[in-house]
Write a protein that binds this ligand. Structure first.
Ligand code: WT7
Length: 657
């Protein structure tokens, strides 16, 4: 019998797991929370907001007179960093560890709330000294080290707006984002440790700014992490360590309007241009703190929380940089990759720090599952009491493995559905209340109203797949797309009047649980990261070899979806290009350079035609059939119905790796 032979086939999705009486008794969220929110939704949100410290109390909870532009708590004033830091020190919890930092090479640091507050105050003074003013944009391009969180907190503390750019994005992506937001300062590091090596970051910043390409940027603050050699532009570049050491640790947090912009985070949409999703202060922190506490059942004085997301994604904002700190939690942050030095690394971290709440993505769980249960079983994971999942649907097999092997057969799993745009968790079980059903994100959280609609806006019944919508505004909702109010209205609010359309398909099962059915637009989900087909297509056609490109997300066992690109080559370039395999590597490298390694296509298929409708729209559905090795569906709307035969025939010898 193999170690994993207990894993039964798919019918497990109909099994139910009720919380134990003991878990329920001690849970933060009790069943009455649903009734409270139902009875007085806005009163409920006001109560959640009032768990925070307000420099000036608000008198109105929601202003929705000008939809889709919501204002939450808009006459109140708040400082997000004060709420995450000073507040806990003043309450006598300064000695509690805020961050257990584990570097990839094995170095570690414990940083208490008092120490973190001190460091953020110094950083705030450094930013002020560099002329950063409230409302100014600061780009952050950093590895997962404590300084990344210090930087975000310091920027927010002084009312500036951060735009964190994932360290895996290329210089070109960095450039576009700095330019779009007109950032005045970039905070970066020489590099970080990944896969056992020092991986440089500063050169990408230099390339992005090269030759005055981003004239808005006045300075670059550089954290020394790896000590690797980096270029230095005198007068522009400043050493973080030196600057902080000589800065004062005296900084009184000032209140900002609840609707003051907090951050921009770029995400992929259906066009080639990433959208700068804008979040503001009071409503965001309210929902992030509320969800972090209730969904993960956080007991701040005893739990050790670990969310494995990078700060480059929304999960790293809401559930690393803000939520846990707002709630005074002790959390682990880990710099590196799960396989370094071996696939036991995460479990050794859980054992070492006594992690009790673990929040990660299905793609990671599936990778571990493939390697078998033996590796995690070598570690003591008995501290774990709550598990979380985010980014894509978690398949019932992975759910069961997660619960049995990582969660000791008893830990509740909260499958949390939300988006960069929603800012915080929207649909999820509450671990002390909900009877769990593997594979379903279950029900809307108290305070959230959702419906599943058909194309015409009709409410659908159980077992009828349709479009997931949010029918009432919520505190942490996006407030817009940076610099593009029309795109904001068009993308999210034009399909149904004053109703938010999330872009996801969904259905209720016969028990009223929500099942997410994937994106209904041209957005892909690779390892829980959002990628746009159009963005990768435009990267591909920017290469001289490529005449036309069509990208689809094909099902992938580990990463959920994988990027598969169909390309038509320029005939006159063909002889330079050599064999298909060479072209494949060249083009995959090109996408890596243009966007970053996360967008690198798994497969490049060289074709002579693309399936198009008579109006010229590429029929991605048919390409997905080919990429997933299925019989090709209905081709009658194609301008040339023979195209699919040619493509399918060609694919038999397609280039992949
Ligand atoms: C898209 C949002 C939310 C932080 C990470 C991703 C998909 C997210 C789930 C889930 C099924 C999920 C949706 C959504 N998604 N969580 N629990 N079950 N699908 O943020 O990059 O903004 O992507 O991720 O398709 O629209 P994002």
């Amino acid at each position: 019998m193999s170690a994993d032979s207990w894993i039964e086939p798919l019918h497990q999705e109909n099994r139910h797991f009720a919380p134990t009486a003991e878990f329920s008794k001690n849970a933060i969220a009790q069943p009455a929370i649903y009734e409270q929110a139902k009875a007085d939704r806005l009163g409920f949100w006001a109560d959640q907001a009032n768990q925070l410290h307000w420099h000036k109390p608000f008198t109105q909870t929601l202003d929705w007179t000008n939809p889709p532009f919501a204002r939450w708590f808009h006459d109140g004033e708040i400082n997000i960093s004060y709420n995450c830091l000073d507040r806990h020190v003043e309450a006598g919890n300064g000695d509690r560890v805020a961050l257990f930092f584990e570097g990839e090479p094995g170095d570690n640091r414990e940083i208490t709330y008092a120490e973190l507050t001190d460091e953020v105050k110094r950083a705030a003074n450094v930013l002020i000294g560099l002329g950063v003013k409230p409302g100014d944009r600061v780009a952050i391009y950093m590895p997962m080290i404590p300084e990344a969180i210090v930087a975000m907190q310091a920027v927010a503390r002084i009312g500036a707006v951060h735009s964190v750019i994932f360290g895996g994005f290329s210089a070109e992506s960095l450039h576009t984002r700095i330019e779009d937001a007109q950032a005045t300062l970039v905070i970066t590091a020489d590099g970080g440790y990944r896969k056992g090596r020092a991986s440089a970051l500063k050169p990408a910043v230099d390339m992005a700014l090269d030759g005055g390409k981003c004239p808005s940027v006045k300075n670059v603050l550089v954290v020394k992490r790896t000590g690797q050699e980096v270029g230095w532009v005198e007068g522009r570049d400043i050493d973080w360590g030196t600057a902080l050491a000589s800065a004062s640790n005296d900084h009184a947090a000032q209140g900002f309007n609840a609707e003051h912009p907090l951050f921009i985070l770029y995400t992929s949409g259906t066009t080639g241009k990433p959208k700068g999703i804008l979040h503001t202060t009071g409503g965001y922190l309210t929902q992030v703190a509320y969800t972090h506490k209730n969904v993960f059942d956080l007991h701040a004085d005893t739990d050790v929380y670990w969310c494995t997301a990078d700060i480059g994604w929304i999960t790293g904002h809401s559930y690393v940089a803000y939520g846990p700190l707002a709630n005074g939690a002790s959390q682990v942050i880990y710099e590196g990759t799960p396989e370094t030095p071996d696939w036991g690394r995460w479990w050794s971290i859980v054992q070492k720090y006594g992690v009790s709440i673990l929040y990660t993505a299905p793609t990671a769980i599936r990778s571990f599952m493939k390697l078998g249960s033996q590796i995690p079983k070598e570690y003591d994971l008995s501290s774990i009491r709550v598990l979380g999942s985010v980014g894509e649907p978690i398949n019932p097999e992975a759910w069961m493995w997660y619960r049995n092997i990582i969660g000791g057969g008893h830990a509740p799993i909260v499958d949390t559905w939300w988006q960069t745009e929603t800012g915080a968790i929207m649909i999820s079980p509450l671990p002390g209340i909900t009877t769990l059903k593997p594979g379903s994100a279950q029900i809307a959280l108290p305070g959230i109203e959702m419906k599943i609609l058909d194309d015409g806006g009709n409410v659908l019944g159980r077992e009828e797949p349709g479009l997931l919508t949010i029918t009432e505004p919520w505190p942490s909702m996006l407030r817009g797309i940076w610099g593009d109010p029309d795109r904001y209205k068009e993308t999210y609010w034009s399909k149904f009047k004053n109703i938010y359309f999330a872009g996801d398909g969904a259905k209720f099962d016969e028990e009223g649980n929500v099942w997410l059915l994937g994106r209904v637009d041209d957005v892909m989900n690779v390892s829980g990261h959002r990628l746009s087909t159009a963005e990768i297509e435009s990267a591909l056609v920017s290469h001289p070899y490529v005449a036309e490109a069509a990208v689809v997300g094909a099902k992938d066992e580990t990463t959920g979806q994988a990027v598969v690109a169909f390309v038509i080559l320029r005939r006159n370039q063909l002889e330079n290009a050599g064999s298909d395999a060479d072209v494949s590597k060249i083009l995959r490298d090109h996408v890596t350079k243009e966007i970053g390694p996360i967008a690198r296509p798994r497969t490049i298929m060289v074709v002579s035609e693309l399936p198009k409708t008579r109006s010229g729209k590429i029929m991605r559905r048919l390409l997905r059939d080919v990429a997933e090795d299925r019989p090709v569906g209905d081709v009658t709307t194609l301008a040339d119905t023979s195209v699919m035969d040619i493509i399918s025939g060609k694919i038999a010898g397609g280039a992949s790796d």
